[in-house]
Design a protein around this ligand. Structure first.
Ligand code: SF4
Length: 186
């Protein structure tokens, strides 16, 4: 049964603001693209340890990340737009992670899931990267050791907000190029 923007309990995406009249609806291109991208994110899980297990639970039927249009998990960087880094990243693994990031096409987003990916976590040691933002830009950090699936979903929804509201021009902006330059990425 349809009520407002829900059908049988399912929440439907709200149409972007625009001009409406008999037989037409006009809105901004950015908003339509943002809406489509937000609901069709393809995540690439880069999981090295325990936080990866929480991700598995997040993809399972109980938490079901497919509800957000993100059921198509990609293990090819070229067919993914959200890099989810979960687990302890050893310094030796840093170049591999960076290469995966570089192989992703723009626009791409990154979540650091858990304390290890965000800051090195409890492993304040010579061999562990003290946060993946030392080598690639991060959009959202999810705290916890490990974070619960609800927290991972919350982080994912924050990414959805960013994706939805991002200007199509951002990736060509000087500000963005400068951000990449700080990571020695051209
Ligand atoms: S944050 Fe905690 S649970 Fe996650 S990978 Fe590190 S040690 Fe494991």
């Amino acid at each position: 049964m349809e009520t407002g923007n829900t059908i049988s309990g399912l929440k439907l995406e709200t149409a972007p603001d625009g001009l409406e009249g008999p037989g037409f609806f006009a809105t901004q291109f950015d908003r339509v693209i943002g809406m489509a991208r937000k609901n069709s994110i393809w995540p690439l899980p880069f999981a090295t340890s325990c936080c990866g297990i929480e991700f598995m639970a997040t993809m399972g039927s109980h938490y079901d990340m497919a509800r957000f249009g993100a059921e198509r998990v990609s293990f090819s960087p070229r067919q993914a737009d959200l890099l989810m880094v979960m687990g302890t990243i050893a310094k030796k693994m840093g170049p591999v992670l960076k290469q995966v990031y570089l192989q992703m096409a723009e626009p791409r987003w990154v979540i650091a899931v858990g304390a290890c990916a965000s800051s090195g976590g409890i492993f304040d040691t010579y061999s562990v990267l003290q946060g993946i933002d030392r080598i690639i830009p991060v959009d959202v950090y999810v705290p916890g050791c490990p974070p619960r699936p609800e927290q991972i979903l919350d982080g994912f929804m924050k990414i959805q907000e960013l994706v939805h509201n991002e200007s199509l021009r951002r990736r060509n902006s000087e500000e963005y190029k400068q951000l990449l330059a700080t990571y020695d990425i051209k």
